[in-house]
Design a protein around this ligand. Structure first.
Ligand code: NAP
Ligand code: 8YV
Length: 320
């Protein structure tokens, strides 16, 4: 009997491949280029992906039913096209929430207290040679933290921040019920009210480059920007200028506009802490994400429903 074929464009966590191979025929192509789709791949009904799925790749696969995205953020998938074609898209919410919130707090402390630089000072023998590491100009003490995004991960970050004794405010399109954090209907209003801004919104057309020169200026010269959402949300050129000229005091970034490229100008700055998109990158959390990718595909074919479909594609298999 022919086994259901699942296409994997580009690299993905090995556990996804191993688990898929138990039940499906896995077909791999180097990247999401539709030109790599051969006539033998015309019966592919599912994609498992960590990265991009352009509209043209969907169009090259006439039997495609489901795209299972490795990651809660699915900005790499042309979602409007999938929705218009009746292709279900699933993502990996919840299983990474606490890990990403932990990393956001780590990045915040690294940025403020220069802990990576202090460790380098020790490792380079400078503690014994030159004396104590210089005092960090910035501290979390007395700060007001604003969350741009208060969904699953944003709320987990806020809960952690409560224990640090800082004030907490947020901006989203609609206020969340039952929370005591101050709500700001505009991003610039939030930035003006706080000195620390944590970005944890999805990368969408509506959030694109919304952290711009005006928002950074409102954050002020003691301001610190932390981005664990998507690089597309921040105007990177405006950020570099703001950091170079003292418009804000520092930044901690896990995500960038053009990953894995990080601008030299950003790397050269002493007042930034940079991570290579690792917020969910522990073995335990990536395993849970891999399992959810495969479980979505298995459940789709077994029951006709994805486990964690994205809101734009609430399809069942029969009613697509
Ligand atoms: P979520 O539960 O869907 O939360 C999204 C939040 O963003 C909500 O509070 C939503 O509130 C707000 N939001 C969305 N669009 C907005 C807009 N245009 N203006 C203002 N607020 C907006 O998602 P999540 O699970 O917390 O994940 C959030 C994002 O984090 C993901 O989409 C992904 O891009 C990123 N992420 C990054 C990493 C990493 O490795 N760095 C790991 C995991 C996730 P409203 O709908 O009320 O506006
Ligand atoms: C992953 C992420 O690094 O879930 C997300 O949205 O950004 C991260 O957890 C990424 O999806 C891996 O491709």
């Amino acid at each position: 009997m022919n086994r259901t074929r699942v296409l994997v464009p580009g690299k993905i966590n090995q556990r996804v491949i191993d688990r898929l191979a138990e039940r499906f025929e896995v077909v791999r192509i180097e990247n999401a280029d539709p030109a790599l789709v051969t006539t033998q791949m015309q019966d592919v009904t599912a994609i498992a992906v960590s990265g991009r799925v352009p509209a043209a790749l969907m169009d090259a696969l006439p039997q495609l039913e489901i795209i299972a995205n490795f990651g809660v953020g699915y900005d790499g998938v042309e979602i409007a096209h999938a929705a218009a074609k009746g292709i279900a898209v699933s993502n990996t919410p919840d299983v990474l929430t606490e890990e990403v919130a932990d990393t956001a707090i780590g990045l915040l402390l690294n940025t403020l207290r220069q802990l990576p630089q202090a460790e380098q000072w020790l490792r380079q023998g400078r503690w014994s040679r030159d004396g104590a590491f210089p005092l960090s100009p910035l501290s979390l003490r007395g700060r007001g933290v604003g969350l741009y995004g208060l969904g699953r991960i944003g709320l987990s970050i806020a809960r952690r921040l409560e224990a640090f004794g800082v004030s907490i405010a947020y901006h989203t399109r609609s206020p969340r019920e039952g929370l005591s954090y101050a709500y700001h209907p505009t991003l610039v209003g939030l930035a003006a009210a706080v000195d620390t801004l944590i970005v944890i919104v999805p990368g969408t057309v509506a959030t694109r480059r919304t952290v711009n020169a005006e928002v950074l200026s409102a954050l002020g010269n003691n301001g610190v920007l932390i981005n664990v959402g998507r690089g597309s949300t921040v105007d990177e050129r405006a950020l570099i200028q703001a950091l170079q000229s003292g418009v804000i005091a520092g930044a901690g970034l896990d995500v960038f506009e053009n990953e894995p490229q990080v601008p030299d100008a950003l790397m050269a700055l002493p007042n930034v802490s940079l991570l290579p998109h690792v917020a969910s990158a522990s073995v335990v959390t990536r395993n849970a994400m891999a399992d959810l990718v495969v479980d979505n595909i298995e459940t789709w074919f077994a029951t006709g429903k994805a486990l964690t479909p994205v809101p734009e594609t609430p399809f069942t298999r029969r009613a697509r």
